[in-house]
Design a protein around this ligand. Structure first.
Ligand SMILES: [Zn+2]
Length: 291
C-alpha cells in the first residue's frame, strides 16, 4: 500500500508563512483512494464516500503553526483519556492486539503530564501509526502525532510536544530547546514515574557522561543543523534539571504550568522562560542561567 505523509514542509502543499509567529486555524479536506484513510491535525468532522475515493475533512479550531497529514491504511481505535479526553488512534489494519496494547499507556502519560504541566491544551488527541521507510521515528504536531515505533519513551516524547512545541511554540530557532529540551525531560519524568526517582537521576548522569563539556549552551544556534542537535535536546534537559534542583519541585513545576498557561497557543522565547522562573521563585537567577 502506497501512502503519503506531509510534515515540516507544508509550503509545498498549502499556503503558509511557515513561522510559529503566524498561527492559524485550518480546514483540511483530503481526498484519497480506497482503502486509504486520511488522518490529519485537528478533528475529523466529515467523511464523504465518492465511489473510488473518499474525502476526509479535518477541522483545526485552535491556532497552530502548521498542519500534518498522512494517508495510510489504518483502523480507528478510540479510547477515552483523562477528564473525558477523546483519543482517536489509527493503527495499521494488520496490527496485532499486542501491538495495540503497547499504546495502553497513552491515557496514563497524558494524566501524568496534565498534573505536571497543566491542562491538556487541545480538544482531542490521537496517534497515527505509520509503516514504511521514513526518515524519522515519530513527530508530535498539535492534536495528532505520527509514530513509526511504539517505544514507550518515544510515545511520552511526542505526547509532551502537545504542551511544548504544539501549544507553546519556540519563538525562534535558537529557542528550540524550549520544545526539544522540555520534552526530552518529559520522557525522563515518565520513565521516573514508572521506574522511580533513581531512574531520573541515572538518566541525568548518563546524559552528562554522553555530552561531557563539548556542547554549546542550549539557546545558542549558529546553523540550521544546530537547531536540532544535542545542545537543544540534552543540554536543554540538563538546564531544566539544574533549575529543578536549584528551586525545588514546587517552584519548578509551578514555573512549567505558568509557562504553558501564559503562552498557550502562542510562542515563547528563552528570555520569557527565564523571567517566569525569576517571577515564580522570587529570585534573581541571572548567575544561574549564565552558568
Ligand atoms: Zn521532539
Amino acid at each position: 500500500m502506497e501512502s503519503v505523509i506531509v510534515h515540516g514542509f507544508g509550503l509545498a502543499w498549502y499556503p503558509i508563512n511557515q513561522t510559529p509567529l503566524d498561527k492559524a486555524t485550518y480546514t483540511i479536506s483530503l481526498t484519497v483512494p480506497e482503502p486509504m484513510t486520511a488522518t490529519a491535525t485537528g478533528e475529523l468532522t466529515a467523511t464523504i464516500n465518492n465511489g473510488d475515493t473518499s474525502t476526509y475533512v479535518w477541522e483545526v479550531s485552535i491556532p497552530v503553526s502548521g498542519v500534518s497529514f498522512a494517508a495510510p491504511d489504518p483502523v480507528l481505535d478510540s479510547i477515552v483519556g483523562p477528564d473525558g479526553l477523546t483519543i482517536n488512534n489509527y493503527f495499521p489494519s494488520d496490527f496485532t492486539q499486542i501491538s495495540i496494547d503497547r499504546f495502553d499507556i497513552v491515557p496514563d502519560v497524558i494524566a501524568l503530564f496534565t498534573g505536571l504541566f497543566g491542562p491538556f491544551p487541545f480538544d482531542s488527541f490521537g496517534i497515527t501509526f505509520l509503516r514504511g521507510n521514513l526518515p524519522f521515528r515519530g513527530f508530535g504536531p498539535p492534536q495528532r502525532v505520527f509514530l513509526m515505533l511504539s517505544d514507550e519513551r518515544l510515545i511520552a516524547h511526542e505526547i509532551s510536544h502537545q504542551w511544548f512545541g504544539g501549544s507553546v511554540s519556540p519563538a525562534s530557532p535558537a529557542d528550540n530547546w524550549l520544545a526539544e529540551g522540555f520534552v526530552t525531560y518529559a520522557e525522563i519524568l515518565w520513565a521516573g514515574h514508572i521506574g522511580g526517582v533513581d531512574s531520573v537521576a541515572e538518566s541525568i548522569r548518563s546524559i552528562r557522561r554522553r555530552i561531557g563539556e563539548n556542547t554549546r549552551p542550549p539557546a545558542v544556534v549558529n546553523s540550521p543543523a544546530e537547531v536540532i542537535d544535542q545542545s537543544a535536546y540534552l543540554r536543554g534537559v540538563l538546564t531544566l534539571h539544574a533549575l529543578r534542583l536549584e528551586l525545588g519541585d514546587d517552584d519548578f513545576f509551578e514555573i512549567l504550568r505558568t509557562y504553558t498557561s501564559r503562552f498557550k497557543y502562542g510562542t515563547a522565547s528563552t528570555a520569557d522562560s527565564m523571567s517566569i522562573s525569576e517571577e515564580i521563585s522570587q529570585q534573581n537567577l541571572g548567575e544561574f542561567f549564565n552558568a
